[in-house]
Design a protein around this ligand. Structure first.
Ligand code: FAD
Length: 247
């Protein structure tokens, strides 16, 4: 591998990528060029090509080339073409790999955070730590959450194991709503569920992060010791009364 690592395996899958089937469309006649893979470049907010009334979405514009993102791109492009008001796409979308075990990610990986120089904390939960995991007899599967140390925002979630492609949407929602690790710590989850792995991972990270001031228990200020009364020559009333009575 590039990093000098040797991997021994019985099989190799070589994925060559996809080609846009644009050769036969005579796009040059409308002033459009494609790249070496037959892909078109677009303005990523509206999906307009260099010819503004021609739109392109999906695999033909390249990354991320998913059915899920292609659908959303098509909707945004159609709304733009028809001048129908719509919200922009949410910034974080998930990847799902339907292998055994399933894998799913959303947001940034540790490598991306390091490249961007973002200081982060990691929260990890293993499915076997959840009651649902016990009931299901799961021995494998884990959820990893990456959290900004500065803002406490959740910046990435990676899951491997049972239901990973479903579970990822919880993390995705929190990321798109700019939520923090504190959401997972405070939130109550159904019991027993694999979704509780979010709470476990959240607590795992939370316990290693600086505690914000607003979370600290405010102890009532210690009462100041009463000032020593100035010595008075006047005797206390009770002592005076006693003296009077004995006369
Ligand atoms: C093996 C495999 C597994 C995948 N699994 C997933 C997954 O699990 N989840 C996920 O989100 N994505 C997955 N994808 C990616 C997903 O299938 C694509 O990203 C998605 O289908 C792209 O949608 P599209 O509309 O851009 O292209 P397409 O779905 O390819 O649709 C293009 C259509 O245009 C037609 N067409 C092509 N050329 C012409 C022409 N010249 N004239 C007229 N019609 C034409 C084609 O016949 C086709 O119907 C997978 C892809 C592959 C190859």
């Amino acid at each position: 591998m590039d990093n000098g690592r040797h991997v021994r395996s019985e099989m190799l899958l070589f994925a060559a990528g996809r080609m846009g089937n644009t050769d036969g469309l005579n796009l040059k006649s409308v002033g459009l060029e494609t790249d070496h893979r037959g892909r078109l470049s677009v303005e990523r907010k509206t999906y307009q090509t260099e010819v503004p009334h021609i739109y392109a979405t999906g695999d033909v514009i390249g990354h991320p080339s998913l059915a899920s993102t292609s659908l959303q791109q098509g909707r945004v492009a159609a709304c733009h073409a028809l001048e129908t008001p719509t919200l922009p796409e949410s910034p974080w979308y998930p990847y799902g790999i339907y292998s055994v075990p399933e894998m799913s990610t959303c947001g940034m990986s540790e490598e991306e955070l390091q490249e961007r120089g973002i200081n982060y904390e990691i929260g990890v939960a293993r499915f076997r730590e959840t009651s649902r995991g016990h009931i299901m007899g799961l021995e494998h599967g884990m959820l990893k959450m990456l959290i900004s140390l500065k803002t406490r925002r959740v910046l990435g979630v990676q899951i491997v194991g049972e239901g990973a492609t479903e579970l990822i949407h919880i993390g995705q929602a929190v990321m798109n709503l700019q939520g923090t690790v504190d959401y997972f710590v405070q939130n109550t989850f159904n019991y027993p569920t694999l979704a509780e792995a979010y709470k476990i991972a959240g607590l795992d990270a939370f316990n290693r992060m600086p505690i914000p001031d607003e979370f600290k228990v405010k102890k009532p200020a210690a009462k100041a010791a009463p000032k020593a009364a100035p010595k008075s020559r006047a005797k206390p009333a009770a002592a005076r009364a006693d003296k009077k009575a004995s006369k």
